[in-house]
Design a binder for this molecule. Structure first.
Ligand SMILES: [Zn+2]
Length: 406
């Protein structure tokens, strides 16, 4: 029995309880016992520990049938804060979030550009220090820092393996460098994975739903949350939606495959296609430079949304291609809910949402069994940074579900 208790009080059980209070709270101890299958003493012990650490608090009472009213439990949003950094070529975004995923501070600065990794690391360290002070977070309440970038990454080693737009960063040990500069726990992760956990957390998605976030930044990726935890695969590089082939005889991709979605539908591909039709797009004043890629794609998206014929055709084609790959993702994992996020979705997200909804309604394999909810992120541009901050918090307050700081 003692052994069973120790298993029942372990980090996995605590993660489960935190996640239930987060997604279903306010909730009583009795409901937690019913929902988890843990024993009543186990639930009481874990809840007592969570109350002692300040992470959970008692709030009001609910009437019960007979007996005394049950005390309800909720997450104490301001118990801890996480800081997330979205590292990009054109911009760097810092956000701080509370335990519920609410944003309490945000800063946007110039991106890594062509500076060396050492220079950027030193800049990130000083940005972090100033940001924590400016937002007014007490040092003891900051759980750590997570930096997210386009994959592939080595999650365990905290290394960016071959970031597509940050070519000097190949194999740079970012986690180690930042950790020794700052003396706080650091996580390095993939932007789409972080976005998924951020949306999952802040939308209070139920842990019983199979959830995916389709993310368009420089490339196209997906983060997948199953049973309340990020699905990482063998090396934390799961969900590479952008490298699903949509044409087996198509153009070669840097990944080694042919006809990858990203080579047709990502912002760079769309801007390159626009270059071919520049005469029809002259009024948009596109820069067609590596530094202006994000701005050019936003311009095209804006023109598409307001009905510019050529721009609309280009963006619509990208949306249809992503919709097609998303059906594959949904079919493989039998997904319940999809959220679209990332800077690429910030302007024309409604066009992408409509294209994906329509395609899933017509061709999702299990559509007779259930429909799939498709929503646009409330904050597509910052999703990955917000998600990074959530990763920090999940790793701290719900160990066993999030990534461990190592
Ligand atoms: Zn590829």
């Amino acid at each position: 029995m003692a052994r069973r208790e120790s298993i029942q009080s372990g980090p996995g059980s605590q993660a489960l309880i935190v996640d239930l209070i987060r997604s279903a709270g306010p909730i009583s101890r009795t409901e937690l016992t019913q929902a988890t299958g843990l024993t009543q003493p186990s639930v009481s012990n874990i809840v007592r520990r969570l109350i002692e650490t300040g992470l959970v608090r008692e709030t009001g009472r609910a009437a019960s049938q007979g007996g005394k009213p049950r005390t309800l439990l909720e997450i104490n949003a301001s118990a801890k804060y996480g800081v997330g950094v979205q590292l990009g070529f054109e911009s760097i975004t810092l956000v701080a979030t509370d335990v519920r995923g609410g944003v309490v501070g945000r800063q946007l600065v110039n991106g890594a550009g062509s500076a060396t990794p050492d220079e950027v690391t030193a800049r990130l360290a000083s940005l972090y220090r100033d940001f924590v002070v400016a937002v007014g977070l007490p040092a003891a309440s900051v759980a750590g820092l997570a930096v997210v970038a386009p994959g592939p990454i080595s999650h365990a080693g905290g290394v960016l393996l071959a970031p597509p737009t940050l070519s000097q960063w190949d194999d740079f040990p970012l986690k180690q460098a930042l950790q020794s500069a700052l003396d706080v726990p650091v996580i390095v992760d993939n932007d789409a994975a972080a976005a998924a956990i951020g949306e999952f957390w802040s939308r209070q998605v139920s842990r019983t739903e199979s959830f995916a976030c389709v993310y368009m930044g420089t490339g196209i990726g997906a983060g997948i949350v199953l049973d309340g935890a990020l699905y990482r695969g063998s090396s934390s590089n799961a969900g590479e939606l952008g490298h699903i082939s949509i044409d087996a005889q198509g153009v070669p991709c840097h990944c080694g495959n042919r006809g990858c979605l990203e080579r047709y539908a990502a912002p760079e591909a769309v801007v390159l296609a626009a270059l071919e039709e520049r005469d029809a797009l002259v009024s948009l004043e596109l820069g067609f430079e590596p530094e202006s890629l994000g701005r050019d794609f936003d311009q095209l998206s804006r023109a598409a949304v307001s009905g510019h014929e050529t721009a609309l055709r280009l963006i619509q084609r990208s949306a249809d291609q992503i919709a097609s790959a998303t059906v594959t993702l949904a079919n493989l994992l039998d997904i319940d809910r999809i959220v679209l996020a990332g800077p690429g979705m910030a302007v024309a997200g409604s066009l992408y949402t409509r294209a994906i909804r329509g395609r899933l309604d017509r061709s999702f394999f299990a559509r007779r069994a259930h429909s799939i909810a498709v929503d646009l992120s409330a904050n597509p541009r910052d999703t990955a940074a917000i998600g990074a901050a959530s990763l920090v918090l999940q790793g701290t307050i719900a160990p066993g579900h999030g990534p461990a700081f190592g």
